[in-house]
Design a protein around this ligand. Structure first.
Ligand code: BMA
Length: 294
């Protein structure tokens, strides 16, 4: 495991009203020979919006957009659009995110939307309609598998405290919502468990990074290997975390002791995991797949 030398790779910008406070959890997608990074930003008004940055080598940011590329547009997300995750399927980029509203009931819900790959590559942010797959259910941290399994779209999400799965034929109605992984007693992931970024397909199965929380509210990352044809079958769950808060930028900030990821990319045999440090800055860490897998 090697943290990026340039950490944190993104920080807040005092002059940009929408990202003055914190920039952190980010989706990552490799397309058109660069990594596209959609990150959560909080500004003066406390609302979460999404910003865009890109990197040609995966480690350093070469471009950053001065305006947000995705902002709240419905009453169910009037306090923000949080924690995006992106996949590419059939020429379209599908984004899941957490819609946050100021109501005591169901303040957090999962929302979905799309933009075409062509638009993403040329920086045209023509997002399509937004919809709620589980309207009224308090749920977050949704990822969609980047291909259908046995004819179905598959989603993981977190209904506290578990990692849950659900299936769909059309991305609109989802069924068979149930827990696939629980917190583990007496462990670093004993309080709750949920997805990091979307699973990545490798020869051995789906490589899946997840977050685990303990009773001190320390957020760490672990790894799972999931059966290629059965998203409910976990072949391996790491005993120890693969990343935990150690550096100052992970231990001190808006929410101390947090490493939280919404996306990673596999470039040859290097897995680059993007993660928020202490809910304040965006960082990266690299793993050699050959060393991670055994
Ligand atoms: C999770 C999400 C993340 C956040 C993390 C740690 O539940 O809300 O956005 O990074 O908590 O505060």
């Amino acid at each position: 495991m090697k943290r990026f030398e340039g950490n944190p790779i993104l920080e807040s910008v005092p002059g940009h009203y929408w990202e003055t406070r914190t920039v952190f959890n980010a989706a990552a997608l490799y397309a058109g020979e660069r990594v596209h990074i959609l990150y959560r930003a909080i500004g003066d008004d406390g609302v979460s919006r999404l910003g865009y940055a890109e990197s040609s080598d995966g480690y350093t940011i070469d471009k950053r957009q001065p305006e947000p590329v995705f902002t709240p547009s419905n009453s169910y997300e009037n306090l923000g659009c949080e924690d995006p995750r992106l996949i590419l399927m059939d020429g379209e980029c599908l984004m899941t995110y957490t819609a946050y509203r100021n109501s005591p009931m169901n303040a957090f819900q999962i929302s979905l939307t799309k933009v075409s790959l062509e638009d993403l590559l040329s920086g045209r942010w023509n997002w399509g309609e937004r919809w709620l797959p589980f309207e009224g259910i308090h749920n977050k941290n949704a990822v969609i598998f980047p291909r259908k399994i046995e004819g179905h779209y598959v989603m993981y999400s977190r209904i506290d405290p578990d990692l849950c799965v659900a299936y769909s034929e059309d991305l609109k109605s989802w069924c068979d919502l149930k827990a696939v992984m629980h917190p583990r007693p007496n462990s670093w992931d004993c309080l709750k468990v949920g997805a990091a970024g979307p699973p990545i397909e490798i020869n051995e199965g789906w490589l899946f990074i997840y977050h685990g929380v303990d009773f001190d509210y320390v957020y760490r990352l672990g790894a799972l290997l999931i059966d290629k044809d059965d998203p409910e079958r976990i072949l391996y769950r790491s005993e120890k975390p693969i990343l935990e808060p150690q550096e100052d930028y992970e231990r001190f900030g808006k929410v101390p002791n947090v490493v939280f990821s919404c996306g990673s990319v596999l470039l040859d045999d290097r897995l680059l995991v993007y993660y928020g440090g202490a809910d304040t800055v965006l960082c990266g860490v690299e793993y050699d797949l050959g060393e991670l897998l055994p």
